[in-house]
Design a protein around this ligand. Structure first.
Ligand code: GLP
Length: 244
């Protein structure tokens, strides 16, 4: 779906999320959302906060699982995805703290494997992800699944590509401060979500959107592996759609 600008695209995704939350509320069920960070979903979260404040959209039945977190990083560090989610969404809506799940960037190295297994188990125990929101890196990564990530990969520790560290350096004092590792849900984890929505805005995303949508699926462009899911929609602005 192509929109004239990110604001209109974000508003359309917010409506989809609000409809899902409300229909689950009517059925007295929880709504399990997979959430992304980065600059792309900021306007989506702003619109959801507006809907909470002005239209009474409640998040009391919402359970969230974030895609990824840097490793190592302090939970409250300025650049942590924990902090990002609080600042952009969680602190402004009525979600219950116990329903929020984000990989822990503070745990000891020896505990990472069991933390990742537990993360997958929690997703399963919640009934699986109803709707997964994704951004996309210019190298095709989704979450922090860098090129080469397998279609069956699950939540795990990953080494960040140099291009990703450079792309994200603006959040840190300098490139040497950008963590070299991250904990991310896998491609296999993402593909198990019932529905997937990927967002992309701006001309820098145009080449990778073309590769992900029109080229053969390949581990070299992790987002292209979404072609193996039967309910995926890309919400893009005209600039990101320019090469389609
Ligand atoms: C980040 C995140 C991804 C995000 C991507 C694009 O590093 N780990 O989840 O989709 O890179 O970021 P942005 O939205 O700022 O372009």
């Amino acid at each position: 779906k192509v929109f004239p600008d990110p604001k209109k695209g974000s508003a359309a995704v917010a409506v989809e999320i609000a409809n899902l939350i409300r229909s689950k509320q009517q059925q007295k069920q929880s709504c399990v959302l997979g959430l992304a960070t980065g600059s792309t979903p900021k306007s989506l979260y702003a619109e959801l906060v507006r809907m909470h404040k002005e239209e009474g959209l409640s998040f009391k039945n919402v359970i969230t699982f974030n895609l990824d977190e840097y490793y190592p990083i302090e939970t409250d560090a300025l650049q942590s995805y924990n902090r990002f989610m609080k600042a952009n969404l969680f602190d402004h809506v009525d979600i219950l703290p116990e329903n929020i799940h984000i990989p822990n960037g503070e745990i000891e190295k020896e505990e990472i494997k069991s933390h990742c297994i537990q993360y997958e188990k929690k997703i399963e125990a919640a009934g699986g992800i109803d709707l997964q929101i994704l951004g996309i890196g210019t190298n095709g990564h989704i979450g922090f699944n860098e090129p080469g990530s397998g279609i069956y990969s699950r939540t795990r520790l990953i080494t960040l590509d140099n291009s990703t560290r450079i792309a994200n350096a603006y959040e840190f004092a300098n490139i040497s401060q950008v963590p070299r590792l991250a904990i991310t849900m896998g491609i296999g984890t993402i593909l198990r979500a019932k529905k997937v929505i990927l967002l992309a805005w701006g001309p820098s995303k145009a080449p990778v959107i073309k590769q992900a949508v029109e080229d053969d699926d390949s581990e070299h462009v992790p987002a292209s592996l979404l072609q193996n899911h039967d309910d995926v929609t890309f919400f893009v602005d005209e600039a990101a759609a320019a090469e389609l």
